[in-house]
Design a protein around this ligand. Structure first.
Ligand SMILES: Cc1ncc(COP(=O)(O)O)c(C=O)c1O
Length: 308
């Protein structure tokens, strides 16, 4: 076991191992494919230079929710995985904003895999890499509604974070690129707005912050929950409801929200300019209060932070 990093270490099944030794057999199919589930979370550097993990326990609890739905066992509790993440960041001497990727996959090689029996053995891995935050910068993307339908709870539940779900996302991202957009927006199988390829969606209409319900074929997004909580506390009216496609065209603001995206304003949707074509006032306000929460500036939200 390596605890001081001369090269980057990865947390694997309870131990820190050098990245170069964190190998899987070439005939293992479980590690990032069928059956594997994952998380994406961030650690931010606060204004005093200390690192903290944002909503680590909520992310690890969602990992366990994903595991339950796909019937994979994992011997590590959500609390243990948060501690492991902090240990990993310390071992890698992390001092800048970081993206953290835990995942759990079926152990063993292809011939031992049975889709019928729940696997006896899984592996749990936590990796991390530097990831710059866009918070408090001017930004905006162009989006188009994709012709691919969002996966549904009737086939591949988008509520959980299974790697396989991202085939649907990838197809939509590729199509967006072909059509000259930066991001796709999915409709669900009922034809109402679902989410982006890797983020939930919010819009502003008549002064209210509106987002599709959790039964609209969306991931149970933690940033979505964070922003709804922060907005309510800031006196902004919040609506969780079905959203029609044409509301995207009439909205004053539209943005994608997620751990990776943070708050990404959409300045064009299907060729319509959103608002005045720049990051809008509600996105700017949420950007500031989200920044103050993740960087520990606002003490009201310190319960969401785990010190590294
Ligand atoms: C498909 C999808 N929807 C939504 C989100 C946003 O979720 P969260 O805010 O928990 O990162 C993500 C990001 O992981 C995602 O991949």
């Amino acid at each position: 076991m390596v605890t001081t990093a001369t090269q980057k270490v990865i947390w694997r099944n309870g131990a820190l191992v050098p990245e170069s030794e964190a190998l899987v057999p070439i005939n293992a199919v479980g590690h990032a494919s069928v059956g594997a589930v994952f998380e994406g979370l961030r650690a931010y550097r606060d204004t005093r230079g200390r690192m903290s993990i944002f909503r680590g326990l909520d992310h690890m609890k969602r990992l366990h929710a994903s595991l339950r739905v796909v019937r994979l066992p994992c011997p590590y509790s959500a609390e243990t995985l948060v501690d492991a993440t902090a240990e990993l960041l310390r071992a890698n001497k992390v001092s800048e904003d970081t993206y953290i990727r835990p995942w759990v996959f079926i152990g063993g090689v292809v011939r031992t895999l049975s889709q019928k029996q729940p696997p006896e053995r899984t592996e749990t891995v936590i990796d991390m890499w530097p990831s710059k935050s866009g918070l408090l910068t001017e930004r905006g993307s162009r989006a188009g509604v994709t012709s691919w339908t969002r996966i549904s709870d009737r086939s591949m539940p988008p509520r959980i974070k299974a790697f396989s779900n991202y085939h649907n996302s990838r197809l939509a991202v590729l199509e967006a690129g072909v059509n000259g957009y930066d991001q796709p927006i999915f409709l669900n199988d009922r034809g109402t707005v679902a989410e982006g390829a890797g983020a939930c969606l919010m819009l502003v209409r008549n002064g209210s912050l509106v987002t599709p319900t959790l039964t609209s074929s969306v991931l149970e997004g933690i940033t979505r929950d964070t922003l709804l909580t922060l907005a309510r506390a800031d006196g902004i009216t919040v609506e969780e409801r079905e959203v029609d496609r044409t509301e995207l065209y009439l909205a004053d603001e539209v943005f994608l929200v997620g751990t990776g995206f943070e708050i990404e304003p959409l300045v064009v949707v299907d060729g319509f300019t959103v608002g005045d074509g720049r990051m809008g006032p509600v996105a700017r306000r949420l950007d500031r209060i989200y920044h103050d929460a993740v960087r520990g500036v606002d003490p009201r939200w310190s319960g969401w932070l785990t010190a590294v």
